[in-house]
Design a protein around this ligand. Structure first.
Ligand code: PLP
Length: 435
């Protein structure tokens, strides 16, 4: 059957999978084995040389993990994938495979705090210079590219700024300069967006979030769209791999060098958990996006709240870009500002069912205060660039009934100390102009 014509709802269940030939098992078994035994010395040597297929050692590849890679490859309509121990492992492995001492990474500035820190603090120690630009400013990417640029990086919805870069427009800039465009689609998942269709050369997910969906497994994945010409002499480290494997050069370099050497493999058990939960990804995303849209609308009309950021709101500056790029909804994360850090903390402490923890994309509704948690290391200027203020709270909306989520939010908003008259007035003005 032609897999390319499957809808995403079908692909999450069947993509890249056929029942086990030997046993007929319809679920990928957990192959919890470190190594794989072979009959002869010649056979193992041939696998090592890449002359024969087969498994050697689970740090390099594992049948359960490969099954997960195939599902994600099918979902992203890519050439192939390599699954990693975490989203951060996927991003750092990609960056280290493409860039080295003296090279540069051009990145949108509205990205997850951990990725910002990776580029700014960790990779810079290896001589890789990050150049941060305004995430939604297409011209800024163009101006930042030099001969040393080895990749352009964006998130599909900036976490936690909630801005939406124009993936297609940035991909044109990347193509003009012969630089691969790396897109972190964690918050959109293949259900909302297939970045390849908009020109992304490499798609990354932290699968710890919506793909896992139940807050029980850390993982990440790198998917090569198959759209970048790896014979490009900007990447001399890939030349030997290009000679042997042509368009698979990037994936081959990961498998037999960077990924193998960095040792950031996904465990078979986590791959199994993700293969199980991914089957419900489409329905979960549909419900979570619908819940989030409804909560965003209610919050945006609420006088106890100063401001709400959600790309699904008509008032959001990137609403048109989101509308053009996403199908099924606008994501399941939103932020709100409450006038002061104290009121933000009071709101979080007042929530009874919504859980205060560092994650997004769970079946449960979650809350966090970004400035004092995952953006703690950022300077004031960086926090402004990331759209983080002291009075901002992030919500990741779950699968519960929307009225129950609202009930908890509503009572927590009620429990905050009185808002200032100024805030009420500005909200009223905003409301009047929106009407
Ligand atoms: C957009 C995005 N990318 C990457 C990561 C890092 O993923 P992980 O926690 O799986 O390393 C996160 C984590 O929150 C994220 O939100």
């Amino acid at each position: 059957m032609n897999e390319a014509i499957m809808h995403v709802e079908t692909e999450v269940i069947h993509g890249g999978f056929s029942p086990d030939k030997e046993t007929g098992a319809t679920t990928t078994p957990i192959v919890q084995s470190t190594s794989f035994s072979h009959e002869t010395a010649e056979e193992l040597a041939h696998i090592f040389e890449g002359r024969a297929p087969g498994y050697v050692y689970s740090r390099i590849s594992n049948p359960t993990v490969i099954s997960f890679e195939r599902r994600m490859t099918a979902l992203e309509q890519g050439l192939g994938a390599v699954a990693c121990a975490s989203g951060m492992a996927a991003i750092s492995t990609t960056a280290l495979a493409l860039a080295g001492e003296g090279d540069e990474i051009v990145s949108g500035n509205s990205i997850f705090g951990g990725t910002y820190s990776l580029f700014k603090n960790t990779l810079s120690r290896f001589g890789i210079r990050p150049v941060f630009v305004e995430s939604t400013d297409v011209h800024a990417y163009k101006d930042a590219i030099t001969d040393r640029t080895k990749l352009i990086f964006v998130e599909t919805i900036g976490n936690p700024k909630m801005d939406v870069p124009d993936i297609e427009a940035i991909s044109k800039v990347a193509k003009e300069h012969g630089v691969p465009f790396v897109v972190d689609s964690t918050v959109t998942t293949p259900v909302l967006l297939r970045p390849r269709e908009f020109g992304a050369d490499i798609v990354i997910h932290s699968t710890s979030k919506f793909v896992s969906g139940h807050g029980n497994a850390i993982g990440g994945i790198i998917i090569d769209s198959g759209t970048f010409d790896w014979s490009n002499d900007r990447y001399p480290q890939l030349a030997p791999f290009y000679k042997k494997t042509r368009q698979f050069a990037f994936l081959a370099s990961l498998r037999s060098l960077f990924y193998r050497d960095l040792g950031c493999c996904l465990s078979p058990f986590n791959a199994f958990l993700m293969l199980t939960s991914i089957e419900s990804l489409a329905v979960r995303m549909e419900r979570q996006c619908a819940n989030t849209h409804e909560i965003a609308l209610r919050l945006s009309r609420d006088k106890r709240v100063e401001n709400v950021r959600y790309p699904g709101l008509a008032s959001h500056p990137d609403n048109e870009t989101a509308e053009r790029q996403f199908s099924c909804g606008y994501g399941a994360v939103l932020t709100l500002t409450l006038g002061s850090k104290q009121r933000g903390f009071e709101f979080i402490n007042g929530l009874q069912r919504v859980q205060n923890l560092a994650n997004i994309g769970d079946a449960k509704t979650l809350v966090i205060h970004p400035a004092s948690t995952f953006c703690l290391d950022a300077t004031d200027a960086e926090r402004v660039a990331m759209g983080v203020s002291d009075d901002m709270v992030r919500l990741s909306i779950g699968l519960e009934h929307v009225d129950d989520i609202w009930l908890d939010i509503d009572q927590a908003l009620d429990g905050m100390t009185e808002e200032t008259t100024d805030m009420k007035d500005s909200k009223e003005e905003e409301q009047n102009s929106a009407d």
